[in-house]
Design a protein around this ligand. Structure first.
Ligand code: HEC
Length: 104
């Protein structure tokens, strides 16, 4: 299958782009722009995330992580859906987090 390359970062991690398109784009948008009422944009959030490892931890257990993080708890307001934990290996989560943070 031919996945569109999301973003314009020049990232060559097409495996993570494919994971994003399959598991995340429905809620967060094909270009990480977010969808009103569904999920927030994932653009420009690198200032909230100190490291790829932290975002990978979040992806492993979004609601548990958000409960201990006032900003993320608040980020959930206004969305009828909840950020789900999507089954992936640790390596896939790290690569995906790196890819998300590399998008412009
Ligand atoms: C069912 C819809 C849905 C899907 C699918 C989904 N998310 Fe989310 N995501 C949300 C919502 C809603 C929030 C806001 C926080 C909350 O309510 O949990 C969120 C929050 C986030 C955040 C935190 C945003 C911030 O401001 O720091 C990140 C990062 C994120 N999602 C990444 C992903 C990735 C990567 C995937 C795919 C593996 C994904 N999401 C799949 C709905 C979704």
């Amino acid at each position: 299958m031919d996945y569109p390359v999301v973003g314009a970062s020049g990232s060559t991690d097409t495996a993570s782009a494919a994971v994003y398109n399959k598991n995340c784009a429905t809620c967060h948008g094909a270009n990480l722009e977010g969808r009103p009422g569904m999920a927030p944009p994932l653009k420009g959030i690198s200032n909230h995330w100190p490291s790829v490892e932290e975002m990978a931890k979040y992806l492993a257990n979004p609601q548990g992580y958000a409960n201990a993080d006032a900003r993320l708890k608040h980020a959930g307001d206004g969305y009828s859906l909840k950020m789900p934990a999507i089954p992936m290996t640790d390596a896939e989560r790290l690569a995906l987090a790196k890819w998300v943070l590399a998008q412009p």
